[in-house]
Each structure stands twice: as structure tokens, then as C-alpha cells.
Design a binder for this molecule. Structure first.
Ligand code: FES
Length: 559
């Protein structure tokens, strides 16, 4: 064994030591260097690409297929398939940088709850006299994205940021993630990666809040937090608590813990990995069932769905596709497992809704393609909103058939059989085209069909039809360009609904912030969880039938 290999990671300018033949992705994970990983290290996502300028294992066949001749000749490798054999440099190209970036669209929800709409005064019961632990933090552990918010004692918002959920390494959807756990070591590794990433998230939140006072000798990282509230789907919450969630993936899908937990950090196994002080308060949101977790409860709490006097539906355009329907005092809740396409993942040119993401696409009458980019910079990829917008504009332009295939006649050089180039290599910051392919569209079809069929089945479970709906609340961290017309055109929400449609931002994030800041909200979250009943789509014949039908686009019903 040779321990003397040194690797310079650029542009981070970070030198690390490693053992010869180490897998590059494993090294990155151990060192906290984040790059996108959207498959189980089996080279199917092609996202973990880096440029290797060091002696390394030979290029595998699967890498050659995934990257193509040109990139291979430029030194590109898939980190998950590369073993480092000698010292040198690894460069992380712009498209593979997964830095903590404050999404342009996270935070809007805070404005809503911190203004006149916030239903409770701040009341967290913490005596902070003489304490140098001065922050309160909320973390929403989404299946694909972790989002954090930081506040002072008075409930004043200080900072927020988001990053990808590192447990995605074990599978894009949450069930695959737990079925990939072969033993308790695997579980521990997966959990450690989550806790370490939460530490990084909290560090960034504190650093942003503290700014120029960072050298005043007081705690600056997670140890300066006196209370943290956490929500996520039931499986993520179990992972956070240190409870192996394997049982939740098996019939009858029961969670080990459903109740809201309020404890000191010292009672949380391995709390030191997060960097919290042992006496920090930890609150974990209540869950309803194996498929309806604390994030769904927090979404209902924040939107006030449970108080609605009319039939009102909340859908979260996230990976798990949670939805809740309030009708006559009952809250019917379900999860439609949509996959991460709407969060900008899995699609070839996909990325999160951050700076550089195309979030709007329009095809004009002359078949020219127009787009807008978050931050007004050169585009780097396509976020979920941009993908929905692109598909909607393709349907309107008549270049997508019902099955989701891009169809001839070729209208411009950018629209080809099987793909549409949205931005050319000259326009992008990566030097690579941003393209939407038939394969990407298939993923979007599956995601929209999961929502559409889920909505129908949830309504039927409550004895309702589409026309009875009075309001649809759409939650999610998508771009400001998300519009109702696009969602109707692709068939995600019913074509013919007169319901008022309201975009509510990250409702789960808002709900966990409320739980953090106010004990009354914490109590109400428990009541909400008690009032929610799960509708299970697994094995439901109607859901299967509706799903198959919803896969098609209705090209003759353009909104
Ligand atoms: S291709 Fe390497 S993680 Fe997916």
C-alpha cells in the first residue's frame, strides 16, 4: 500500500492524501468534496465527470460510452469508475460543481410567513441569557435537496442555503436507497454522509449570518446553534434519527417512530458529526405513516390546508410527489413517487434551480428558441421549471406527439429527430450544448403521470371529482417562471379545472421554520399529523390505470 499519493483538487485548490487505487468518488465523499451523483455509482447518470491529470486506472468501456471520444481525449473520467494510481491534479469542471448555492427561489416562503401572514408570535422557550449559542436552525431534508434556514433568538431571518442530499448516492428514489442497504455498515455510511452534509449546510448558514464578526472568538459553526428543527419524508427522518428504515420499504410499510420528538442533541446518536453542542435542542417533525412524513405535515401546517373550508389540494413537486387534500375536516394524503426530474435531476442537461439554470423556454412562430436564465448569466443547464416549460412549448409548437416523441418535419437546425438543442455550446458557460432528448421527455412524462394519476385517485378516495376542487396549492423549489399554463399543457394538473392555483414555494421548509420558532406551531403540527390519513397508491389498480393513461400528452388540448 502506498499512502504517499497527493492529489490537488482544482479549482478548490485543495491538496489531499490518499492510498493508491482509491476510487475517486469515494475519496471525494470522504473529503466532503461534492459532485453530482445520480446513480448507484454504476455509470448510468454520467454526472460525476471530472478531468483527471494524474496516473489512473484505464478508461472503462462504460466510461467511453458515457463520455464519448472527445471528452475522453480531454482527460474526462467518471469519478465513480476511476481509481487514482499516482499523484497529480483533478479538475472539477463547472457542470460538476455542487457547491452550496443559495437558490434564487428559496426564501420566498419565509417572506410569507414572517409578514402579517405568520400566524403565531415567536415563542421558542429558550433562555439565552449569557449564552454564546445564539442561532436557531431549521432543515428540510428533501429526497434530493437539503435546505436550511437560520434565525436569531428574536426569530429574525439570517441566512438560508441548499445543497444536494448526499444519500442520493444510494439511489434516486427513497425506496431504492434503502433497498440498496446490504448491512448495518452501509446504513452507517449513508447516515454519516447525511449528518456530515447537514454539518456543512449549518456551517455555511452560520458563516453567512456571522459574516465579518467571524473572528470574535465565539462559536461560529453548528456549535453556535441552540435549537434545530428537522423535517423530511419518513425514511429520511429515520436515517437522521439513526434508525435503520429498511422495514418501511416492506409491507405493511410501518415507521418505527411517528411522533414529534423533542430532545437534547446528546440523545441523538452521533450528534457530534453534525457539530452540535450536546445541550442543543433537537425537534423532529411528526410523521403520519411510512410514506407520509414530517415534510408533508409541515407543508399542510404552513399552507393552512387543514383550515380550508373548501376542497383544497396541496401538491409538492418534489421527488416523492407528496399530495394532501382537505375535504370536510379530513386530510387525505399520498405519495406518488415522481422521481427527481422536476428538481432538475436525471435529465441529461438537468440541474437545480440555481444561478445558470434555464428556467423558461419559448418557441416562437418562426421556430426560434428563446430562453431565460436564473441570474442572467450564460446557461449551465436546465432546471425542472425550464424542462416543464420546454416540453409545454414543444407541445404548443406541434413538435411533440402524444407519446412524447420529438417529431419531424425538422423545423430549425436545433430541433432534430429525438432531441431539441435549447442552447448551443457557444451560448453556455460549460462549452457544451443544453439539450432535451426523447429520453429526458420520457422521464418528465413519468413524473407528470405520477402526479396526474395521484391527483385523480386522491380525489376519488375523498369522493370528489376534479370539478369539485376550489384551490390547488403547488409547493416546490422551482423557478419564478413556473406557470399554471405549462403545468396544464403537459397534463400535470387537470386540463379542465377552474380551481384557483397558487404557488407556495417550499411549504415543508416554511412549516419546519414555524415549528422551530413557535411552540404553538409545534403543537399544531402534532394535531395536523393526527388528522392526516394515508391513501396508499401501491397495488391500487385505479392508480395503475390512470398512470398509463396520463403518460400521454394531450396535444389537442393546448392551454
Ligand atoms: S456515473 Fe458516476 S455516479 Fe453516476
Amino acid at each position: 500500500m502506498n499512502d504517499s499519493i497527493k492529489l490537488l483538487i482544482n479549482p478548490l485548490k485543495r491538496e489531499i492524501s490518499l492510498t493508491a487505487k482509491s476510487n475517486l468518488l469515494e475519496v471525494f465523499l470522504a473529503e466532503g468534496v461534492n459532485i453530482p451523483v445520480l446513480c448507484n455509482k454504476n455509470a448510468s447518470c454520467g454526472k460525476c465527470r471530472v478531468v483527471v491529470k494524474a496516473e489512473a486506472s484505464p478508461v472503462t468501456e462504460i466510461e467511453a460510452l458515457s463520455l464519448g471520444e472527445t471528452l475522453i481525449s480531454e482527460g474526462y473520467r467518471l469519478a465513480c469508475k476511476t481509481e487514482i494510481l499516482g499523484s497529480g491534479e483533478v479538475f472539477i469542471p463547472v457542470e460538476s460543481r455542487e457547491d452550496l448555492l443559495e437558490s434564487a427561489y428559496f426564501g420566498n416562503e419565509l417572506t410569507a410567513i414572517r409578514n402579517k401572514d405568520f400566524p403565531y408570535p415567536v415563542k421558542h422557550g429558550i433562555d439565552h441569557a449569557g449564552s454564546d449559542r445564539k442561532y436557531l436552525a431549521a432543515v428540510d431534508m428533501g429526497t434530493t435537496t437539503l435546505t436550511g434556514y437560520l434565525f436569531d433568538y428574536g426569530g429574525n431571518f439570517l441566512s438560508n442555503c441548499s445543497c444536494f442530499n448526499p444519500t442520493i448516492l444510494y439511489g434516486c428514489d427513497i425506496i431504492t436507497r434503502i433497498t440498496n442497504l446490504k448491512n448495518s455498515d452501509d446504513f452507517q455510511k449513508l447516515r454519516n454522509s447525511l449528518l456530515a452534509e447537514i454539518k456543512r449546510l449549518l456551517n455555511t448558514l452560520c458563516f453567512r449570518a456571522k459574516g465579518i464578526d467571524a473572528d470574535d472568538g465565539q462559536p461560529t459553526g453548528p456549535d453556535s446553534i441552540c435549537k434545530i428543527a428537522v423535517c423530511g419524508n419518513t425514511i429520511m427522518q429515520h436515517i437522521f434519527m439513526g434508525i435503520n428504515p429498511v422495514e418501511i420499504g416492506l409491507f405493511p410499510y410501518r415507521p418505527v417512530v411517528k411522533d414529534l420528538l423533542h430532545m437534547n442533541a446528546i440523545e441523538l446518536k452521533d450528534f457530534h458529526i453534525i457539530g452540535l453542542s450536546g445541550d442543543a435542542e433537537v425537534v423532529i417533525a411528526p410523521s403520519v405513516s411510512g410514506f407520509i412524513g414530517g415534510d408533508a405535515v409541515c407543508g399542510v401546517l404552513a399552507t393552512g390546508l387543514h383550515k380550508s373550508s373548501e376542497p383544497c389540494l396541496l401538491i409538492d413537486l418534489g421527488t416523492n410527489g407528496e399530495m394532501a387534500l382537505n375535504y370536510r375536516g379530513k386530510i387525505f394524503a399520498a405519495s406518488a413517487s415522481a422521481g427527481p426530474a422536476f428538481e432538475g435531476y436525471q435529465i441529461g442537461s438537468g440541474m437545480r434551480a440555481t444561478i445558470g439554470a434555464i428556467d423558461f423556454v419559448r418557441i416562437d412562430d418562426e421556430s426560434n428558441i428563446h430562453y431565460s436564465v436564473i441570474g442572467g448569466v450564460n446557461p449551465k443547464g436546465l432546471c425542472g421549471t425550464g424542462a416543464i416549460s420546454a416540453v409545454s412549448s414543444m407541445i404548443k409548437a406541434g413538435i411533440l406527439n402524444e407519446k412524447g416523441h420529438i417529431i419531424p418535419p425538422l423545423m430549425t437546425g436545433r430541433i432534430r429527430k429525438g432531441s431539441m438543442v435549447i442552447a448551443t455550446e457557444n451560448e453556455t458557460s460549460t462549452g457544451r450544448t443544453i439539450v432535451l432528448t426523447d429520453k429526458d421527455i420520457e422521464l418528465i412524462q413519468q413524473a407528470k403521470a405520477a402526479f396526474a394519476s395521484g391527483i385523480t385517485c386522491l380525489l376519488h378516495a375523498a369522493g370528489l371529482e376534479t370539478e369539485h376542487l376550489k384551490k390547488i396549492l403547488i409547493a416546490g423549489a422551482f423557478g419564478s417562471s413556473m406557470d399554471m399554463e405549462s403545468l396544464k399543457t403537459i397534463g400535470l394538473i387537470p386540463y379542465k379545472t377552474d380551481a384557483e392555483i397558487v404557488f407556495v414555494g417550499n411549504a415543508a421548509g416554511a412549516g419546519i421554520v414555524m415549528t422551530l420558532l413557535c411552540e404553538d406551531a409545534e403543537r399544531e403540527a402534532i394535531e395536523v399529523a393526527g388528522a392526516m390519513q394515508t391513501v396508499e397508491f401501491a397495488f391500487m389498480k385505479e392508480f395503475e390505470d390512470e398512470f398509463m393513461e396520463a403518460l400521454f400528452f394531450r396535444t389537442n388540448a393546448i392551454c
